[in-house]
Design a binder for this molecule. Structure first.
Ligand SMILES: Cc1ncc(COP(=O)(O)O)c(C=O)c1O
Length: 392
């Protein structure tokens, strides 16, 4: 079978591979604590599940418009306008199966071979995979631990040139939990305003933050709304990863093209899940508040625990549900260490290198697991730590 050349450029998400390794160990009777996968360990709030059931009973089981149900797009437009302090309408919204397709479709719609895309590194692996798949050139923007995992604006300025077609921003960020502060976002907007570039603003963790104020969206700065695709969805905020429901907010002309890509691929997003999406946004938000409060408790506890591990140094992240300690002090390569923790301590976590070259030397722990399991994981790691302290 001769494969398309473009397939050789398609990457993947290593988290799923690590999960397979961890499950294989479990099948042999090993006890494994899963801190590798990035999904809330909470149930989808009851009223959302009920809305989906009701929608099925009412016959929301047919094709719908490719761009998404107008009533859901209306609700999303209102919600996004309020939360980002912008003005958008349903014509700007594309509902798709999860947040990820917005990366896929917007890059397919906007990138040509030879274009450059600046993206965060370490970062969600699908950015680089999709940039390469389109034939464009990925230009990594190193995130710096001592800046709270944001980037150096001078380096960013240096990377901008006439070939730059797209800039990917992700705040709060996966894998570091970093949040881009308002002043820095203003500076980024100032650098991009006059340029012919589009921003892919991945705001999938926009509701999961621990500061006093919500993370700022680049769309809130003058002239940026017209240049931005907001990626958001229901997976993280409402613990709905398996429902596959997300959306993009973008200029109406681009929304029409993304809808065309939907027509050519999915036809539409499942109708009854979209009805549940309306219930999610318009219904009570106390489930989200409670989840974020619980994540905060866990964040504080796991960061404290990880900082007690010899050779680990863990910054306290401002958002999402990941802790990303620097593990260079162990003297071990981070990939080797992640494997060691899986096989020797029964703690499944991800080598920072899975998120790009600048993630090497770090390990990502997802704290979407119970407090008891997190504390047990820290204890297990401490217990095996003499194995690396004795080597250094
Ligand atoms: C930064 C980031 N963007 C997007 C996604 C994809 O979200 P979804 O499951 O809704 O496709 C994830 C999922 O882990 C993510 O971490």
């Amino acid at each position: 079978m001769k494969l398309a050349e473009s397939m050789s450029r398609l990457g993947t998400e290593t988290a799923f591979e690590v999960l397979v390794k961890a499950r294989a160990l479990e099948a042999k009777g090993r006890s494994i604590i899963h801190l590798e996968i990035g999904e809330p360990d909470f149930d989808t709030p009851r009223h959302i599940v009920e809305a989906a059931k009701e929608a099925l009973d009412q016959g929301w089981t047919h094709y719908g418009p490719a761009q998404g149900l107008p009533e859901l797009r209306e609700v999303i437009a209102r919600d996004v306008s309020e939360s980002r302090h912008i003005q958008v309408g349903p014509e700007h919204v594309c509902v798709v199966p999860g947040g990820k397709p917005i990366m896929f479709y917007s890059m397919l719609a906007l990138l040509d071979p030879g274009d450059e895309v600046i993206y965060p590194n370490p970062g969600f692996p699908i950015y680089e995979s999709m940039i390469r798949f389109t034939g464009a050139t990925p230009v990594p923007m190193p995130l710096e631990e001592d800046r709270g995992f944001t980037f150096d604006l001078n380096l960013f300025r240096d990377r901008l040139n006439s070939k730059t077609r797209m800039v990917v921003l992700n705040s709060p960020q996966n894998p570091t939990g970093g949040v881009i502060p308002c002043e820095e976002m203003a500076d980024i907007a100032n650098l991009l305003r006059q340029r012919d570039v589009m921003v892919l603003a991945d705001e999938i963790y926009s509701r999961i933050y621990y500061g006093d104020k919500p993370p700022v969206s680049i769309t809130a700065f003058p002239g940026m709304l017209e240049k931005t695709i907001i990626l958001d969805g229901f997976s993280k905020t409402y613990a709905m990863t398996g429902w596959r429901l997300g959306y993009g907010v973008m200029p109406a002309s681009l929304a029409a093209l993304v809808s065309k890509l939907m027509v050519n691929s999915n036809s539409c997003t499942a109708s009854f899940t979209q009805r549940a999406g309306i219930a999610a946004i318009t219904g009570p938000q106390d489930g989200v508040t409670a989840m974020v409060e619980e994540f905060r408790r866990r964040r504080d506890a796991i960061c404290k625990g990880l900082n007690e591990v010899p050779g680990f140094r863990c910054r306290v992240p401002g958002g999402a549900f990941y802790a990303m300690p620097n593990v260079t002090g162990t003297g071990m390569d981070s990939k080797e260490l992640a494997d060691f923790l899986l096989y020797e301590a029964g703690v499944s976590c991800l080598d920072g290198g899975c998120f790009g070259q600048y993630g090497k030397g770090f390990i990502r722990f997802s704290y979407a697991n119970s407090m008891a399991n997190l504390m047990e994981a820290v204890e297990r790691i401490k217990k095996v730590s003499p194995r690396w302290t004795s080597r250094s």
